[in-house]
Design a protein around this ligand. Structure first.
Ligand SMILES: [Mg+2]
Length: 130
């Protein structure tokens, strides 16, 4: 089960390094992008098992990047989790409504992240067709 490929899209270098280190320590492989457009391109090329998508990015934001992934047949079904620092109460519903498969709030928990990622991967595998 270990070794799943996680695409991390994050423009803050410290955050990116932290998430990468934690995921590697948890047995995952990563590919990384610091812009939305690069993230979309990497997703097309590598079809990762899961995408952790920062919402606030320097070019297109995470919601637009998600839209591009969903509109392209080869990336439409990839699980994408929004990662956001927005502390607003209704964000979760808003991001799920936008089509994200899940939601992680910053600051990322070093302790919890591997299990959270595993849960998103497992949820995707066992999800019943609707
Ligand atoms: Mg950001």
């Amino acid at each position: 089960m270990a070794g799943e490929l996680i695409l991390v899209v994050e423009d803050n270098e410290r955050n990116l390094r932290l998430v990468r280190d934690v995921l590697h320590h948890g047995g995952f492989r990563t590919i990384e992008a610091s812009t939305g457009e690069d993230g979309v391109a990497l997703a097309r090329r590598h079809e990762p098992d899961l995408i952790l998508m920062d919402v606030q990015l320097p070019d297109i934001d995470g919601v637009e990047a998600l839209g591009r992934l969903r509109r392209a047949p080869e990336t439409a079904a990839l699980p994408v989790v929004a990662v956001t620092a927005f502390a607003m109460k209704n964000d979760r519903a808003r991001f799920l409504a936008a089509g994200f498969d899940g939601y992680l709030e910053k600051p990322i928990s070093v302790r919890l992240l591997p299990a959270q990622v595993q849960r998103f991967l497992t949820a995707r595998e066992t999800e019943a067709p609707r």
